[in-house]
Ligand binder design. Structure first.
Ligand code: TXA
Ligand code: MG
Length: 343
């Protein structure tokens, strides 16, 4: 890995052709999707997939999501299609929903980290779909950050992490969603949410009647228990600073924060709280706009690193709708450290 990384604009058709050429020959390219940028390679080529793990420094027990450009591609990649899949695909594809399904033999074991299931997503970003179609193969793509870092929501973030490690980054502008796709397992019975995202549990329930939210969404998994989604075991989204999620009403939190004021101590607060926050602070967005919070979160975590933050207190988002996705990423960035200020 010693590339002179090129960042190319997605609006030039020859750049799409160049990226597709690299993907076809088994190379890795960072690409835009509507959620976060992905580090893409041919999902069916074990050698290409091995490069993804190497470039990211990703543990080999963490399976990749396979991205397709047409619903039809599902047949080849799965061994069985539960009824709910068609309904969920009809409602939420193209879009930020990954379905974990029984895998066919065609998907290399490395892509799915040895599991007998495979995560599949049909992204909404037109550039992602153009690239999959131009490459002519499904693309395995985890988020295009180094393992453990916040996911990239712009080409500049990708370059920060991947300069010299990949030949090409396709710049499709800032992502629309800002947090990774909802991961829902459909391998047995009731759909089970393994990672919350922009497609909410409420929406899935309305579409197919029932849904279970896996306990890993809310809390640190027991290290000895088998987990449904291996990704949750690993450190995630961590900035250099120590992050603590702060609960309690704002008046109490404000008093607590005033006592913490010191060099390198920052707060992530809601827009409404910014003006009278007693610490250096950045805004997560309006308290009731989970969409804005999702859009900003990863970028804010990177910005805090740039500012030299060593300690960050972050206000806990609401756990409803898309707020659950923001909350889930934040407690992981905090290594599950949470503090409730009661008086
Ligand atoms: O929005 C997204 O999903 C982005 C963009 C690039 O599409 N991709 C992404 O990939 O976030 P990654 O690798 O960072 O996260 C994939 C998650 C992990 O938590 C992984 O454990 C889970 O999906 N996953 C993938 N395949 C799975 C499987 N067969 N069974 C259970 N979990 C799976
Ligand atoms: Mg990731």
């Amino acid at each position: 890995m010693n590339f002179d990384t090129r960042v190319l604009n997605a609006s030039e058709p020859q750049n799409i052709t160049a990226a597709a050429g690299l993907l076809r020959q088994g190379d890795v390219v960072a690409i835009p999707t509507e959620t976060v940028y992905g580090l893409a390679a041919n999902a069916l080529d074990e050698g290409a997939v091995a490069k993804i793990f190497e470039v990211k420094g990703r543990p080999s027990d963490n399976p990749l999501i396979v991205h397709i450009a047409e619903v039809d591609a599902l047949k080849d990649l799965t061994s069985r299609l539960p009824d709910t899949v068609i309904e969920l695909a009809r409602r939420f594809w193209p879009g930020p929903l990954t379905m974990v399904l029984p895998s066919s033999e065609k998907v290399p074991s490395l892509t799915r980290a040895g599991l007998d299931s495979v995560g599949i997503r049909l992204p909404a970003h037109p550039v992602a779909r153009q690239l999959i179609a131009a490459a002519g193969v499904p693309l395995a793509a985890p988020s295009a950050n180094l393992s453990g870092k916040p996911s990239p929501t712009s080409a500049a973030h990708c370059l920060e992490d991947l300069a010299g490690r990949v030949p090409m980054i396709i710049d499709g502008g800032p992502c629309d969603v800002g947090v990774e796709s909802t991961v829902v397992s459909l391998t047995d019975g009731t759909p089970r949410i393994l990672r919350p995202g922009a497609v909410t549990p409420e929406q899935i329930e309305a579409a197919v009647g029932s849904v279970v939210i896996d306990p890993v969404v809310y809390a640190k998994p027991d290290p000895d228990a088998p987990v449904a989604s291996p990704g949750v075991k690993h450190t995630h989204y961590a900035p250099k600073a120590k992050v603590v999620v702060l609960r309690g009403d704002w008046e109490n939190c404000k008093r607590f924060l005033a006592e913490q004021a010191s060099e390198g101590v920052w707060a992530l607060v809601f827009e409404e709280e910014l003006e009278n926050c007693p610490l250096n602070a950045l805004s997560l967005g309006p308290v009731k706009s989970e969409e804005t919070q999702a859009l900003r979160l990863f970028s804010l975590l990177r910005e805090l690193d740039e500012k030299g933050a060593r300690m960050v207190y972050a206000r806990a988002p609401r756990q409803e709708g898309m707020g659950l996705a923001v909350y889930n990423r934040l407690i992981r960035a905090a290594g599950f450290r949470q503090l409730t200020i009661e008086s």
